[in-house]
Design a binder for this molecule. Structure first.
Ligand code: ADP
Ligand code: MG
Length: 427
Protein backbone atom coordinates (compact mmCIF):
# COMPACT_ATOMS: atom_id res chain seq x y z
CA UNK A 1 0.00 0.00 0.00
CA UNK A 2 1.32 3.41 -0.92
CA UNK A 3 1.99 5.73 1.99
CA UNK A 4 2.77 9.42 1.99
CA UNK A 5 6.37 8.58 2.82
CA UNK A 6 6.81 5.67 0.44
CA UNK A 7 9.53 7.52 -1.42
CA UNK A 8 12.11 6.78 1.28
CA UNK A 9 15.12 4.75 0.17
CA UNK A 10 17.82 5.88 2.61
CA UNK A 11 18.03 5.85 6.40
CA UNK A 12 20.17 8.33 8.31
CA UNK A 13 20.91 7.49 11.91
CA UNK A 14 21.90 9.57 14.86
CA UNK A 15 24.29 7.77 17.21
CA UNK A 16 24.05 8.82 20.86
CA UNK A 17 20.71 8.01 22.44
CA UNK A 18 19.43 6.53 19.18
CA UNK A 19 21.76 3.60 18.51
CA UNK A 20 23.90 3.57 21.63
CA UNK A 21 22.86 4.23 25.18
CA UNK A 22 25.14 7.12 26.11
CA UNK A 23 22.63 9.64 27.40
CA UNK A 24 22.45 8.40 30.99
CA UNK A 25 26.23 8.17 31.30
CA UNK A 26 26.76 11.61 29.79
CA UNK A 27 24.06 13.09 32.04
CA UNK A 28 25.68 11.57 35.11
CA UNK A 29 29.21 12.73 34.27
CA UNK A 30 28.32 16.19 32.97
CA UNK A 31 25.96 16.98 35.82
CA UNK A 32 28.65 16.03 38.36
CA UNK A 33 31.10 18.41 36.66
CA UNK A 34 28.50 21.20 36.46
CA UNK A 35 27.54 20.86 40.11
CA UNK A 36 31.16 21.57 41.06
CA UNK A 37 30.92 24.95 39.32
CA UNK A 38 27.94 26.42 41.09
CA UNK A 39 25.12 25.90 43.49
CA UNK A 40 22.43 24.66 41.12
CA UNK A 41 19.37 22.60 41.87
CA UNK A 42 19.50 19.18 40.20
CA UNK A 43 16.38 19.95 38.19
CA UNK A 44 17.93 23.14 36.78
CA UNK A 45 20.99 21.21 35.65
CA UNK A 46 18.84 18.48 34.13
CA UNK A 47 16.68 20.99 32.22
CA UNK A 48 19.80 22.76 30.91
CA UNK A 49 21.36 19.49 29.77
CA UNK A 50 18.17 18.41 28.05
CA UNK A 51 18.10 21.63 26.06
CA UNK A 52 21.51 20.92 24.54
CA UNK A 53 21.13 17.18 24.09
CA UNK A 54 22.13 16.23 20.56
CA UNK A 55 24.57 19.11 20.07
CA UNK A 56 28.30 18.68 19.47
CA UNK A 57 30.26 18.42 22.75
CA UNK A 58 31.77 21.92 22.42
CA UNK A 59 28.49 23.56 21.36
CA UNK A 60 26.58 21.79 24.11
CA UNK A 61 29.07 22.70 26.81
CA UNK A 62 29.06 26.36 25.76
CA UNK A 63 25.26 26.47 25.66
CA UNK A 64 24.86 24.80 29.06
CA UNK A 65 27.37 27.20 30.61
CA UNK A 66 25.38 30.11 29.13
CA UNK A 67 22.09 28.77 30.44
CA UNK A 68 23.50 28.24 33.93
CA UNK A 69 25.62 31.42 33.90
CA UNK A 70 28.92 29.63 34.53
CA UNK A 71 31.72 32.12 33.84
CA UNK A 72 34.53 31.11 36.19
CA UNK A 73 35.94 28.52 33.80
CA UNK A 74 36.55 28.22 30.06
CA UNK A 75 34.55 26.00 27.71
CA UNK A 76 37.72 24.10 26.83
CA UNK A 77 38.51 23.45 30.45
CA UNK A 78 35.01 22.13 31.13
CA UNK A 79 35.12 20.03 27.99
CA UNK A 80 38.52 18.61 28.93
CA UNK A 81 37.27 17.64 32.35
CA UNK A 82 34.15 15.85 31.11
CA UNK A 83 35.95 14.19 28.19
CA UNK A 84 38.60 12.70 30.49
CA UNK A 85 35.92 11.23 32.75
CA UNK A 86 33.87 9.95 29.82
CA UNK A 87 36.83 8.41 27.98
CA UNK A 88 37.36 6.15 30.96
CA UNK A 89 33.78 4.93 30.79
CA UNK A 90 32.72 4.52 27.14
CA UNK A 91 33.17 0.77 27.59
CA UNK A 92 30.02 0.76 29.77
CA UNK A 93 27.85 1.87 26.90
CA UNK A 94 25.43 -0.65 25.38
CA UNK A 95 23.39 -0.48 22.21
CA UNK A 96 19.85 0.84 22.46
CA UNK A 97 17.13 -1.82 22.52
CA UNK A 98 16.24 -2.72 18.96
CA UNK A 99 19.28 -1.00 17.42
CA UNK A 100 21.11 -4.18 16.48
CA UNK A 101 17.91 -5.63 14.98
CA UNK A 102 17.37 -2.50 12.90
CA UNK A 103 20.95 -2.32 11.64
CA UNK A 104 20.93 -6.02 10.70
CA UNK A 105 17.61 -5.57 8.94
CA UNK A 106 18.72 -2.57 6.90
CA UNK A 107 21.99 -4.29 6.03
CA UNK A 108 20.27 -7.54 5.02
CA UNK A 109 18.00 -5.64 2.63
CA UNK A 110 20.75 -3.49 1.19
CA UNK A 111 19.14 -0.25 2.37
CA UNK A 112 21.68 2.57 2.20
CA UNK A 113 22.45 3.94 5.64
CA UNK A 114 24.48 6.80 7.04
CA UNK A 115 25.50 7.83 10.52
CA UNK A 116 25.13 11.57 11.16
CA UNK A 117 26.61 12.15 14.58
CA UNK A 118 27.55 15.28 16.48
CA UNK A 119 30.45 13.30 17.92
CA UNK A 120 33.82 14.31 16.44
CA UNK A 121 35.65 11.51 14.60
CA UNK A 122 38.31 11.16 17.31
CA UNK A 123 35.67 10.61 20.02
CA UNK A 124 33.74 8.22 17.79
CA UNK A 125 36.65 5.78 17.71
CA UNK A 126 36.86 5.70 21.51
CA UNK A 127 33.10 5.45 21.93
CA UNK A 128 32.81 2.56 19.53
CA UNK A 129 35.89 0.68 20.75
CA UNK A 130 33.78 -1.95 22.50
CA UNK A 131 31.31 -2.39 19.64
CA UNK A 132 32.01 -4.97 17.01
CA UNK A 133 32.41 -3.17 13.75
CA UNK A 134 28.83 -2.34 12.80
CA UNK A 135 29.86 1.19 11.88
CA UNK A 136 31.89 -0.33 9.04
CA UNK A 137 28.72 -1.76 7.52
CA UNK A 138 27.12 1.65 7.10
CA UNK A 139 27.23 3.24 3.67
CA UNK A 140 28.53 6.57 4.99
CA UNK A 141 29.55 8.32 8.20
CA UNK A 142 29.46 12.06 8.91
CA UNK A 143 30.94 13.37 12.16
CA UNK A 144 30.51 16.62 14.03
CA UNK A 145 34.00 17.95 13.31
CA UNK A 146 33.41 17.79 9.55
CA UNK A 147 30.80 20.54 9.39
CA UNK A 148 30.73 24.26 9.97
CA UNK A 149 27.60 24.26 12.14
CA UNK A 150 26.43 21.50 14.46
CA UNK A 151 22.83 20.35 15.11
CA UNK A 152 20.26 22.01 15.18
CA UNK A 153 21.80 23.34 11.92
CA UNK A 154 21.16 20.99 8.97
CA UNK A 155 24.85 20.72 7.93
CA UNK A 156 25.56 17.23 9.28
CA UNK A 157 22.51 15.75 7.55
CA UNK A 158 23.31 17.58 4.32
CA UNK A 159 26.81 16.08 4.45
CA UNK A 160 25.43 12.59 5.14
CA UNK A 161 23.07 12.95 2.15
CA UNK A 162 25.91 14.10 -0.06
CA UNK A 163 27.95 11.04 0.93
CA UNK A 164 24.97 8.79 0.24
CA UNK A 165 24.65 10.34 -3.21
CA UNK A 166 21.14 11.54 -2.39
CA UNK A 167 19.65 14.14 -4.72
CA UNK A 168 16.23 14.49 -3.11
CA UNK A 169 16.20 14.85 0.71
CA UNK A 170 12.68 13.41 0.69
CA UNK A 171 14.21 10.01 -0.06
CA UNK A 172 15.76 10.07 3.42
CA UNK A 173 14.31 9.34 6.81
CA UNK A 174 16.30 10.35 9.88
CA UNK A 175 16.12 8.57 13.24
CA UNK A 176 16.76 10.94 16.12
CA UNK A 177 16.38 10.90 19.90
CA UNK A 178 16.68 14.68 20.51
CA UNK A 179 14.58 17.73 19.56
CA UNK A 180 17.80 19.44 18.41
CA UNK A 181 18.47 16.55 16.03
CA UNK A 182 14.90 16.50 14.71
CA UNK A 183 15.13 20.23 14.01
CA UNK A 184 18.37 19.65 12.07
CA UNK A 185 16.90 16.78 10.06
CA UNK A 186 13.80 18.77 9.11
CA UNK A 187 15.94 21.77 8.17
CA UNK A 188 17.87 19.46 5.83
CA UNK A 189 14.58 18.50 4.17
CA UNK A 190 14.42 14.88 5.33
CA UNK A 191 11.63 13.04 7.13
CA UNK A 192 12.29 12.62 10.83
CA UNK A 193 11.26 9.89 13.26
CA UNK A 194 11.72 10.84 16.90
CA UNK A 195 12.54 8.18 19.49
CA UNK A 196 12.57 10.49 22.50
CA UNK A 197 15.36 10.19 25.03
CA UNK A 198 13.70 12.98 26.99
CA UNK A 199 10.84 10.98 28.39
CA UNK A 200 8.67 13.67 29.90
CA UNK A 201 8.62 16.21 27.09
CA UNK A 202 7.25 14.79 23.86
CA UNK A 203 5.94 18.21 22.90
CA UNK A 204 9.41 19.53 22.03
CA UNK A 205 9.76 16.74 19.45
CA UNK A 206 6.45 17.77 17.90
CA UNK A 207 7.55 21.40 17.93
CA UNK A 208 10.76 20.40 16.19
CA UNK A 209 8.63 18.95 13.38
CA UNK A 210 8.95 15.19 13.90
CA UNK A 211 6.91 13.30 11.29
CA UNK A 212 6.41 10.39 13.67
CA UNK A 213 7.24 9.71 17.31
CA UNK A 214 7.79 6.16 18.51
CA UNK A 215 8.59 4.87 21.98
CA UNK A 216 11.54 2.75 20.96
CA UNK A 217 13.16 1.14 17.93
CA UNK A 218 11.03 -1.97 18.60
CA UNK A 219 8.05 0.04 17.37
CA UNK A 220 9.54 1.20 14.11
CA UNK A 221 7.42 0.09 11.14
CA UNK A 222 9.66 0.45 8.08
CA UNK A 223 6.75 -0.18 5.71
CA UNK A 224 5.25 3.19 6.63
CA UNK A 225 8.27 4.65 4.88
CA UNK A 226 8.32 2.31 1.92
CA UNK A 227 11.16 0.27 3.42
CA UNK A 228 11.22 -3.55 3.72
CA UNK A 229 9.11 -4.98 6.57
CA UNK A 230 10.48 -6.68 9.64
CA UNK A 231 9.47 -10.33 9.55
CA UNK A 232 10.42 -11.39 13.07
CA UNK A 233 7.18 -10.61 14.90
CA UNK A 234 5.17 -13.70 15.83
CA UNK A 235 1.37 -13.96 15.84
CA UNK A 236 -0.19 -15.03 19.11
CA UNK A 237 -3.73 -16.10 19.98
CA UNK A 238 -4.49 -14.54 23.37
CA UNK A 239 -5.56 -17.08 25.98
CA UNK A 240 -8.00 -15.69 28.45
CA UNK A 241 -8.30 -17.90 31.45
CA UNK A 242 -8.63 -17.52 35.15
CA UNK A 243 -5.23 -17.33 36.79
CA UNK A 244 -3.62 -20.71 36.55
CA UNK A 245 -3.64 -22.51 39.86
CA UNK A 246 -1.21 -25.22 38.84
CA UNK A 247 2.39 -24.50 39.49
CA UNK A 248 5.12 -24.93 36.95
CA UNK A 249 2.99 -25.57 33.88
CA UNK A 250 1.93 -23.36 31.05
CA UNK A 251 -1.76 -22.44 31.05
CA UNK A 252 -3.88 -24.71 28.90
CA UNK A 253 -5.31 -23.70 25.57
CA UNK A 254 -8.88 -24.40 26.70
CA UNK A 255 -9.67 -20.77 27.36
CA UNK A 256 -9.26 -19.79 23.73
CA UNK A 257 -12.45 -18.47 22.26
CA UNK A 258 -12.95 -18.26 18.54
CA UNK A 259 -13.37 -14.51 18.58
CA UNK A 260 -9.95 -13.68 20.08
CA UNK A 261 -8.03 -11.51 17.69
CA UNK A 262 -4.46 -12.39 16.82
CA UNK A 263 -1.84 -10.19 18.44
CA UNK A 264 1.79 -10.13 17.53
CA UNK A 265 4.81 -10.13 19.77
CA UNK A 266 8.47 -9.57 19.12
CA UNK A 267 10.75 -12.36 20.36
CA UNK A 268 13.82 -11.06 22.15
CA UNK A 269 17.10 -12.37 20.86
CA UNK A 270 18.93 -12.91 23.10
CA UNK A 271 16.59 -13.56 26.03
CA UNK A 272 17.05 -11.01 28.83
CA UNK A 273 17.54 -12.43 32.32
CA UNK A 274 17.22 -10.30 35.39
CA UNK A 275 16.37 -10.81 39.01
CA UNK A 276 16.79 -9.91 42.64
CA UNK A 277 14.85 -9.71 45.87
CA UNK A 278 11.27 -8.44 45.62
CA UNK A 279 11.07 -4.93 47.06
CA UNK A 280 8.18 -2.72 48.07
CA UNK A 281 6.94 -0.60 45.19
CA UNK A 282 4.50 2.25 45.29
CA UNK A 283 1.73 0.05 46.69
CA UNK A 284 -0.46 1.03 43.77
CA UNK A 285 -0.52 -2.22 41.78
CA UNK A 286 -2.94 -4.30 43.78
CA UNK A 287 -4.67 -1.41 45.53
CA UNK A 288 -5.47 0.81 42.57
CA UNK A 289 -5.57 -1.67 39.74
CA UNK A 290 -6.24 -5.04 41.34
CA UNK A 291 -3.04 -6.16 39.66
CA UNK A 292 -0.13 -6.88 41.99
CA UNK A 293 3.33 -6.32 40.55
CA UNK A 294 6.39 -7.68 42.32
CA UNK A 295 8.90 -4.88 41.98
CA UNK A 296 12.63 -5.37 41.61
CA UNK A 297 15.24 -2.84 42.64
CA UNK A 298 16.68 -1.66 39.34
CA UNK A 299 19.95 -0.17 40.58
CA UNK A 300 21.80 -3.52 40.82
CA UNK A 301 20.41 -4.71 37.47
CA UNK A 302 20.72 -1.47 35.54
CA UNK A 303 22.74 -3.06 32.75
CA UNK A 304 20.20 -5.80 32.15
CA UNK A 305 17.21 -3.48 32.39
CA UNK A 306 18.81 -1.12 29.88
CA UNK A 307 18.62 -3.94 27.35
CA UNK A 308 14.84 -3.46 27.40
CA UNK A 309 13.00 -0.42 26.09
CA UNK A 310 10.13 0.89 28.20
CA UNK A 311 7.07 -1.22 27.42
CA UNK A 312 5.21 -4.44 28.11
CA UNK A 313 6.95 -7.83 27.98
CA UNK A 314 6.21 -11.47 28.73
CA UNK A 315 8.24 -14.42 29.90
CA UNK A 316 8.72 -16.81 32.77
CA UNK A 317 9.32 -15.98 36.41
CA UNK A 318 11.13 -18.13 38.96
CA UNK A 319 10.22 -17.31 42.54
CA UNK A 320 12.34 -18.74 45.30
CA UNK A 321 10.51 -20.51 48.09
CA UNK A 322 11.32 -19.40 51.55
CA UNK A 323 14.11 -21.34 53.11
CA UNK A 324 13.78 -20.26 56.68
CA UNK A 325 10.23 -21.18 57.62
CA UNK A 326 9.41 -24.50 59.27
CA UNK A 327 8.69 -27.58 57.22
CA UNK A 328 4.89 -27.36 57.18
CA UNK A 329 4.88 -23.74 56.18
CA UNK A 330 7.78 -23.90 53.77
CA UNK A 331 7.10 -22.53 50.30
CA UNK A 332 8.53 -24.29 47.26
CA UNK A 333 10.35 -22.66 44.37
CA UNK A 334 7.94 -22.05 41.50
CA UNK A 335 8.19 -21.13 37.83
CA UNK A 336 5.13 -19.30 36.47
CA UNK A 337 4.15 -17.22 33.42
CA UNK A 338 4.51 -13.49 33.82
CA UNK A 339 3.69 -10.26 32.05
CA UNK A 340 5.64 -7.18 33.02
CA UNK A 341 6.05 -3.51 32.42
CA UNK A 342 9.26 -1.55 32.29
CA UNK A 343 8.80 2.15 32.56
CA UNK A 344 10.41 5.43 33.42
CA UNK A 345 9.60 6.92 36.75
CA UNK A 346 10.91 10.13 38.18
CA UNK A 347 13.33 9.15 40.90
CA UNK A 348 14.64 12.13 42.80
CA UNK A 349 15.72 14.40 40.01
CA UNK A 350 16.64 11.68 37.59
CA UNK A 351 14.45 9.29 35.77
CA UNK A 352 14.83 5.70 36.65
CA UNK A 353 13.42 2.56 35.18
CA UNK A 354 11.06 0.38 37.16
CA UNK A 355 10.57 -3.33 36.50
CA UNK A 356 7.15 -4.62 37.55
CA UNK A 357 6.19 -8.22 36.78
CA UNK A 358 2.73 -9.61 37.42
CA UNK A 359 3.00 -13.32 38.09
CA UNK A 360 0.10 -15.01 36.30
CA UNK A 361 -0.94 -17.32 39.07
CA UNK A 362 -3.20 -16.79 42.02
CA UNK A 363 -0.99 -17.22 45.06
CA UNK A 364 -3.82 -16.75 47.55
CA UNK A 365 -2.49 -16.75 51.08
CA UNK A 366 1.05 -17.37 49.84
CA UNK A 367 1.08 -14.07 48.01
CA UNK A 368 3.73 -12.30 50.05
CA UNK A 369 6.97 -12.24 48.06
CA UNK A 370 8.77 -9.39 49.78
CA UNK A 371 12.42 -10.24 50.27
CA UNK A 372 12.17 -13.47 48.26
CA UNK A 373 14.34 -13.83 45.20
CA UNK A 374 12.60 -13.42 41.89
CA UNK A 375 14.21 -14.23 38.56
CA UNK A 376 12.79 -13.29 35.20
CA UNK A 377 13.51 -14.67 31.75
CA UNK A 378 12.09 -12.04 29.43
CA UNK A 379 11.24 -13.68 26.11
CA UNK A 380 9.29 -11.15 24.13
CA UNK A 381 8.00 -7.63 23.71
CA UNK A 382 4.29 -6.94 23.44
CA UNK A 383 3.74 -3.18 23.11
CA UNK A 384 4.96 0.26 24.19
CA UNK A 385 3.72 1.94 27.33
CA UNK A 386 0.66 4.01 26.67
CA UNK A 387 -1.51 6.54 28.38
CA UNK A 388 -5.06 5.49 28.96
CA UNK A 389 -7.99 7.86 29.33
CA UNK A 390 -9.39 5.88 32.22
CA UNK A 391 -8.32 3.42 34.87
CA UNK A 392 -10.85 0.92 33.53
CA UNK A 393 -9.28 0.96 30.08
CA UNK A 394 -5.82 0.57 31.59
CA UNK A 395 -6.91 -2.44 33.65
CA UNK A 396 -8.64 -3.94 30.62
CA UNK A 397 -5.49 -3.53 28.55
CA UNK A 398 -3.28 -5.11 31.22
CA UNK A 399 -5.60 -8.12 31.35
CA UNK A 400 -5.35 -8.36 27.59
CA UNK A 401 -1.55 -8.19 27.85
CA UNK A 402 -1.74 -11.06 30.33
CA UNK A 403 -3.87 -13.04 27.84
CA UNK A 404 -1.29 -12.38 25.14
CA UNK A 405 1.48 -13.50 27.52
CA UNK A 406 -0.40 -16.72 28.36
CA UNK A 407 -1.04 -17.37 24.69
CA UNK A 408 2.58 -16.81 23.71
CA UNK A 409 3.87 -18.99 26.53
CA UNK A 410 1.90 -22.00 25.25
CA UNK A 411 3.67 -21.76 21.88
CA UNK A 412 6.62 -24.01 21.10
CA UNK A 413 8.90 -21.05 20.63
CA UNK A 414 8.34 -19.71 24.14
CA UNK A 415 7.10 -22.61 26.27
CA UNK A 416 10.50 -24.20 26.67
CA UNK A 417 11.76 -21.02 28.27
CA UNK A 418 10.33 -22.20 31.58
CA UNK A 419 13.12 -24.80 31.75
CA UNK A 420 15.78 -22.10 31.82
CA UNK A 421 18.24 -23.14 34.58
CA UNK A 422 18.40 -19.49 35.63
CA UNK A 423 14.76 -19.67 36.81
CA UNK A 424 15.47 -22.79 38.87
CA UNK A 425 18.24 -21.13 40.83
CA UNK A 426 20.76 -23.52 39.36
CA UNK A 427 23.03 -20.80 38.06
P1 ADP B 1 4.16 -2.98 45.62
O1 ADP B 1 3.87 -1.60 45.20
O2 ADP B 1 4.85 -3.07 46.95
O3 ADP B 1 4.86 -3.75 44.56
P2 ADP B 1 1.68 -4.17 44.79
O4 ADP B 1 0.35 -3.61 45.16
O5 ADP B 1 2.15 -3.99 43.38
O6 ADP B 1 2.72 -3.65 45.84
O7 ADP B 1 1.65 -5.71 45.13
C1 ADP B 1 2.80 -6.46 44.82
C2 ADP B 1 3.07 -7.52 45.88
O8 ADP B 1 1.95 -8.40 45.94
C3 ADP B 1 4.25 -8.37 45.49
O9 ADP B 1 5.47 -7.84 45.94
C4 ADP B 1 3.94 -9.68 46.16
O10 ADP B 1 4.43 -9.67 47.49
C5 ADP B 1 2.42 -9.72 46.18
N1 ADP B 1 1.82 -10.58 45.14
C6 ADP B 1 0.84 -11.49 45.37
N2 ADP B 1 0.48 -12.13 44.26
C7 ADP B 1 1.23 -11.63 43.26
C8 ADP B 1 1.32 -11.92 41.86
N3 ADP B 1 0.53 -12.86 41.29
N4 ADP B 1 2.22 -11.22 41.12
C9 ADP B 1 2.99 -10.27 41.69
N5 ADP B 1 2.96 -9.97 42.99
C10 ADP B 1 2.09 -10.64 43.81
MG1 MG C 1 4.22 -3.42 42.52
Amino acid sequence: MATPFATVTHVILDLDGTLINTEQLVDEVVSAVLHKRGDFTPSRVRKAMEQVRGMRPGDGTRAVMDILGIRNVSVDEMLGETSALLDARWGEVCMMPGARRLLDHLHAHGVKTALATSTPAAFLKKKMASHDGWVDRLTAVATGDEVENGKPAPDIFALAMKRLGVLDPKTCVVLEDTPVGVTAAKAAGAFAIAIPSIHDDFQSYKNAGADETIASLYDLDPTKWGLPPFTDRVDVTPVSSALSSTVDTAPEQTGVSGTQKLESVLPLDPVVRLGGPVVRGFGRGSKTLGIPTANLDVAPIKKESDLLAPGIYFGWAGLRGDLSSDELERKEDVVVPMVMSIGWNPFFENQRKTVEPWLLKDFGDDGDFYGRELRLAVLGYVRPEANFVSLELLVERIHKDADVARGALTMDSFEGGKNDPYLRFES
